[in-house]
Structures are given as C-alpha cells and as structure tokens.
Design a protein around this ligand. Structure first.
Ligand code: SF4
Length: 367
C-alpha cells in the first residue's frame, strides 16, 4: 500500500504522528491524544489499514467459532450498565449444572464450534469445585476443546473463596483444562470511570494484577475497551496505556477488541458513539498498541455495516460466530456459513482461526 497518495504533511502535528507510526516508531500517549482530538479520521483509517497488513494481508480477515456459556447470572458486583445479573438470594437467577453446560457444548460442536467461552457473575457461594468440575467435564468429553474462561473479577473471586494465592488458583484451573482468559470486564481502566461504571468491581490495579498473573502462568488471551459513556478522550488513551504497559511486561495479549456500551439499564448514561468515532478509536488502537498483534471488531455489538468498515480501518478479525448471547443485544453472525458469506461479501478471504490465532481449516472451505 502506498501512503504517499494520502499526502501526510510533516508540518501538521497530527500528520506527523501518523508518519511516525508508518515508520514503525512507537507513539506516545500524548501523540495518541493528538490523533483522537485533531487527526483526520480517513488518514487514521489509512495508516491503521497499512499497519494491519503487517499482520494479515488486506484481502483476508479471520473469524473463530466459540460458544459463550454464562454459567450463572447471580452476581454481587452490580455494574451500573448490566441488565444480565440477578441479585444473590432473590431466587430468580440461575446456575447451570455441568450437565446443562455439556448439553450446550454438544449443540455448539454440532454447529462447528471448537472452543468454549465461559463467563458468569461473581457468586461467592459457588464453590471452587464447581468451576473445576465444569472444566474437567467438558475436557473429558471434548479433549481438544479450547476453554477460555473467567474475567479478572471472577478470578479474584476464586482467590477470595479459596484463600489461596491467585497464582496457585490459576495453576489449578490450568491443570484442570483452562486454556486461556479473556481480559474482559475492563470497560474503561481509570479509577474515576470505575467509580461511575462499577464501584464494586476490581480496581485498575487489581485488574492488572489478575491479568499479569494469568499471563505469568501461561494463560494468554485478549483485552478490550468499552467506551461511549462519560469517559474523556484522555481516559480512553489512559486505558490503552495501561494495556500497552502490561503487554510490554508479559506479551500475554493476543488481541484487543474495542466496542461501545449498549443501553441496558436506566442507572447508566450511554453516549451513542458515531461510526466515524468508533472507527477512529479502532484505528488508534491499531496504531498505539504496537505490541498486540490482532485487533478485533465486534460485529455482535456494532452490526455488520460497521463491522465491515472496521476491517478496512485496522481490524483483522471479527471474533466469533455467536451461537448464544445472554448479556448483550446481539447483531452477530449466527452460523459459520453466515460469517464466511459476510467476509466474502466484504471483499475478504475468510480465514478460520483458533483462539491462539493459528489458521485452522473449515469444513465449509471450497477445495
Ligand atoms: S457485568 Fe459481570 S461483573 Fe458486572 S454486574 Fe454484570 S455479571 Fe456482574
């Protein structure tokens, strides 16, 4: 791709940052802020696309096949944006048995999934043996199933209920069959926003400690940002800085996923994010997070139109086909056939991948 046709002007402060990024140099948080506040959206998109090509040719985009299993909706964290949780003790919530979960995975396997994404509320009454039992049961039936599970706030709960050091808890889970972790529940990693979003959730330092320990014991995964509330542009960049610094230490993030809040409750003010701003932030993620290889877009949350544009704006992956979603309103692709068609219509060769981003063959591939 030739950047010269976009006539970046070295004397323009925002263009100068973009030129620096195309030269493979790391940009600073204050330079990222210049991009957010002042840069031409189309120029960011162009540079982000240029950088994306170093990871995957612009003619290809990847997807994967996992099933989300939300094992319980009982939760004591009470995030202000969340309509999924039920208060512990109200008798209206649920806890899935290992048999329920196996049944869901049987269906997911029939649909072509080879990975399970296990997440739930924070429910201290649920014993540690439950988590181990679920993982072992799924692995016993499907030894090759990749299991990604538990956001930082959930692993911190397991540390509390077992009374064991977090590292030991994670090692036990890993031995039981846990393969990787989502860096979920980050939303915006600044203390001010955590007070607004979820005062009872793990602090920024706790989130980092949990993820760092996961990475140290060999549980790699993803991280995300959810924006479109009362966060400032500075706080978005601060979040990216927290993630980049951690990645410099551990190298444990394989991907990063920016998406936006959906209106779920009256307790939480959601700001509709214009498409160009979402794509701008996504492009900044690609440029700023120079140590994280893959940038995913969430077709499930943002829809197909934005998802397709995102693949031209720095994202190289659309995450998973959505076999089941309970927490968010889903605009997602429901079958592998649909995902492949979506990518082909967008001008990409669909590349099926596993959760470590290795290409795997799809039964739908035409020889
Ligand atoms: S988002 Fe997760 S941690 Fe927060 S209240 Fe909902 S279930 Fe609990």
């Amino acid at each position: 791709m030739n950047l010269s046709s976009f006539s970046l002007n070295p004397n323009d402060p925002a263009d100068a940052v973009l030129i620096k990024a195309t030269e493979g140099k790391r940009i600073s948080p204050s330079e990222a802020l210049v991009l957010y506040k002042d840069a031409d959206f189309l120029k960011i998109q162009m540079v982000a696309r240029f950088l994306r090509e170093k990871i995957r040719p612009h003619t290809e985009a990847s997807y994967t096949m996992f099933r989300v299993v939300n094992y319980t909706n009982y939760c004591n964290v009470e995030c202000n944006f969340c309509s999924f949780m039920d208060e512990i003790g109200n008798g209206k919530g649920y806890v899935l048995s290992k048999e329920d979960i196996l049944q869901k995975m049987d269906y997911a396997v029939e649909e072509g999934a080879d990975q399970m994404f296990l997440q739930g509320g924070v429910y201290p009454e649920l014993p540690f043996s439950y988590y181990l039992d679920v993982i072992r049961t799924v692995k016993a039936k499907y030894p090759k199933m990749h299991i990604r599970a538990f956001s930082p706030v959930e692993v911190i709960n397991l540390e509390t209920i077992t009374g064991k050091p977090l590292r030991e808890v994670l090692q036990i889970l890993k031995e039981a069959g846990l393969d990787s972790v989502p860096g979920a529940g980050a939303e915006i990693l600044t203390e001010r926003m955590r007070q607004i979003i979820s005062p009872k959730k793990a602090s920024v330092a706790e989130w980092v400690r949990a993820m760092e320990t996961c990475h140290e014991v060999g549980l790699k995964g993803s991280a995300n940002i959810v924006f479109g509330s009362e966060e400032s542009e500075e706080e978005v960049i601060e979040h990216l800085q927290v993630v980049r610094d951690l990645q410099d230490r551990t190298g444990g993030f394989l991907s990063f996923i920016p998406w936006t809040f959906q209106p779920q409750t009256k307790r939480f003010k959601v700001r509709p994010v214009p498409t160009h701003e979402y794509l701008k932030v996504l492009g900044i993620c690609r440029i700023f997070l120079d140590n994280i290889p893959h940038i995913e877009t969430s077709v499930m949350v943002l829809g197909k139109g934005v998802g397709q544009l995102a693949l031209y704006s720095g994202a190289d992956d659309i995450s998973s086909v959505v076999i089941e979603e309970n927490v968010l309103r889903s605009f997602g692709l429901k079958t592998e056939k649909e995902a492949r068609k979506f990518l082909q219509e967008g001008g990409f060769r669909p590349v099926r991948r596993d959760l470590n981003y290795a290409e795997v063959s799809s039964p739908l591939e035409v020889a």
